[in-house]
Design a protein around this ligand. Structure first.
Ligand SMILES: [Zn+2]
Length: 198
């Protein structure tokens, strides 16, 4: 069910759930807040991802990192990033810290991910996220920690692992699909040439 909520929220983020921007935003917030995704922060960085898909420097997630960046990573980050099963738990870490070699957070309105105009939207989503955390803490106080972990914590972890697995497979397709640097237009021309060459 968590995955279904994420996918529907994803559609709201793309504006394909409804013709109404307000309805997309309200439903997207309800769905994504429940599964602890900051709707607007994720929506905006996801748009950047689609606009730069396959671009090594500008893509937002699941892009290869350069050797120079890899060498600079702390040993702990290398282990968490490249040793199974840790990458399957990457999504919440990505939301807080982005990908290795990139600065910013999906929760911080001043992050490089966002323009000044988008800050208000990010504040709304971050507030919703903390409200959900407060709700979970409240439920743990009333019903006990174990029931909340069983009914929410376990499905949350399973959803994160599924989400990471699906998006990894989405973005590591056929070996002929190249990654790009430089101008986006040049990248598109190269990609067309690859397809025509088949
Ligand atoms: Zn998308």
């Amino acid at each position: 069910m968590f995955w279904a909520l994420f996918v529907l929220g994803h559609d709201c983020g793309h504006g394909s759930f409804s013709d109404s921007g307000t309805l997309n935003s309200v439903v997207g917030h309800l769905l994504h807040t429940f599964i602890l995704v900051p709707y607007n922060g994720w929506r905006i960085s996801h748009r950047t991802h689609h606009q730069n898909h396959g671009h090594i420097e500008k893509d937002e997630s699941w892009h290869p990192i350069t050797e120079k960046v890899y060498q600079k990573l702390e040993p702990r980050t290398k282990t968490l990033r490249f040793s199974v099963p840790f990458p399957l738990l990457a999504f919440p870490v990505y939301l807080w810290y982005r990908s290795p070699g990139k600065e910013g957070s999906h929760f911080n309105p001043s992050s490089d991910l966002f323009t000044p105009k988008e800050r208000r939207d990010v504040i709304i989503s971050t507030t919703c996220w903390f409200t959900m955390i407060a709700l979970l803490i409240g439920m743990a106080c009333v019903f006990g920690l174990v029931p909340v972990l069983k009914l929410y914590g376990v499905p949350y972890i399973v959803n994160v692992m599924w989400l990471d697995l699906v998006t990894y497979l989405h973005h590591h397709g056929h070996q002929d699909l190249p990654w790009y640097r430089g101008e986006v237009l040049a990248c598109c021309i190269n990609l067309l040439q690859v397809y025509r060459g088949r």
